[in-house]
Design a protein around this ligand. Sequence first.
Ligand code: FES
Length: 112
Amino acid sequence: QVTTTPPRADGFQVVGTVADLEKNGQLLNGETAAGKVLIVKYPKNTSQIIAVNPTCTHKGCVVGWNQDQSSFVCPCHGSKFASDGKVTNGPAEKPLSTYTAKVEDKEVLVKI
Ligand code: FES
C-alpha cells in the first residue's frame, strides 16, 4: 500500500519508499498531484532513478518497465518508449512525460 502525502513547498512529492522500489524493480503511484507516476531504477546496477507518467500516449493504457529491453512497454498495442520517454516503437507518436526524481532518507520523491 503506497501512502501519498501532499507535495512539499519545493515541489517534490513523496511517492514511495526505496525498499518498495528495490523489491519490485519499479514503483507505481497512481495518486500523486500529477496523477500516475512510475519510477524505475535506471541505468541498471546504479542508484539512479527515472520517473515518467506511465499513461500511454496512444490510447491511455498503463505502460510497464521492461528491464531486459530498458524500455517502457505498453500492454495494449505494443508501443515502446525509451528511458527518456521517447517513442521507439509505435503506434504511439508522442513521448511519455518525464519527471525529476530523487531519493532522500529512504524515500522516493518526484518533482510534480
Ligand atoms: Fe498503448 Fe495503444 S494504448 S499502444
